[in-house]
Design a protein around this ligand. Structure first.
Ligand SMILES: Cc1ncc(COP(=O)(O)O)c(C=O)c1O
Length: 210
């Protein structure tokens, strides 16, 4: 019998909370049960979710705004299906793949002048880690400044730039050379910058998670 994802989902759909309870994040499974969010969603489209009983929900949280296109966007679906059917020569070690080149070209078109090259990363945390590395390498300076309550990810590098004690607790010692400044404390920021050893000041335009 060949593997069928459709069949697997059909057979195991009701096990989702038990699986997370057993293997992934028991606290999350318990919290969702306590607050009544332990729904069995079976479909997502745009800003809506549907549960196994056919109830429709408007997802106002929207994955911390990462789903700007909405779930199951028809163009994204079509392109993913095309990409799979094309049997492209993916992951050739010695290659400069066409599709990443085309994506880089489109991104650069949309960026302000002076930002003319792209580094692809797998997550926000990896992107921030890399930006911090680039800043140190480009300036030859060691220090990174970040804001109180900042959130830039949960890798060891980005945790050092996290302005919330609750995220950092238990993971020390964190990376050296990271110093916090207070939001709206322009004098404090200028004082730190005047020392001449700051590679980067990182800040979210609007603080959210922290
Ligand atoms: C402002 C900001 N930077 C970085 C990250 C980390 O991104 P990721 O979870 O993809 O590693 C997040 C995630 O919530 C974020 O909100």
């Amino acid at each position: 019998m060949t593997f069928s994802l459709v069949r697997l989902i059909k057979e195991r759909q009701n096990d989702q909370y038990a699986l997370h309870q057993r293997y992934i994040n028991p606290s999350m499974a318990r919290v969702l049960e306590i607050i009544g969010f332990n729904k069995t969603y079976v479909r997502g489209e745009g800003a809506y979710l549907w549960d196994v009983e056919g109830n429709r929900y408007l997802d106002l949280l929207a994955g911390y705004s990462v789903f700007n296109l909405g779930r199951s966007h028809p163009v994204v679906k079509q392109v993913l299906q095309e990409a799979i059917l094309l049997d492209r020569p993916n992951l050739v070690k010695m290659d400069c793949p066409l599709l990443s080149g085309l994506l880089a070209e489109e991104l650069v078109k949309r960026m302000p002048p002076g930002l003319d090259a792209v580094f692809f990363a797998n997550s926000g945390s990896e992107a921030v880690d890399t930006a911090l590395k680039f800043a140190r390498a480009a300036t030859g300076r060691p220090r990174i400044l970040y804001l109180d309550h900042a959130f830039h990810g949960l890798t060891l590098g980005t945790l050092a730039a996290n302005g919330g004690a609750v995220f950092r607790e238990g993971f020390g010692p964190l990376m050296p050379g990271f110093d916090m400044v207070q939001m709206n404390d322009l004098e404090g920021l200028e004082r730190e910058l005047r020392r001449g050893d700051v590679a980067a000041f990182i800040a979210e335009p609007i603080q959210g998670k922290g």
